[in-house]
Design a protein around this ligand. Structure first.
Ligand SMILES: [Zn+2]
Length: 65
């Protein structure tokens, strides 16, 4: 885990704690980028689950025929 970011890495402005964007230039903070990465991973896992379920249903259907 990285230390809490206190200043914008682009313009150097001080950041509000737990903020997702720099108030001065709008650059995303490291915390916000990490959250986006986590959200993307959750989405990929969910998509793979749906695909696995569809494949399982097709297999069950093929076996029952
Ligand atoms: Zn900034």
């Amino acid at each position: 885990m990285a230390a809490v970011q206190t200043a914008c890495e682009k313009c150097g402005a001080e950041l509000v704690p737990d903020s997702a964007y720099c108030e001065r230039c709008g650059t995303r903070t490291q915390r916000a980028r990490r959250l986006v990465r986590v959200a993307l991973r959750v989405e990929v896992v969910f998509f793979l689950l749906v695909v696995a379920m569809v494949v399982a249903f097709i297999l069950v259907y093929a076996v029952q025929k």
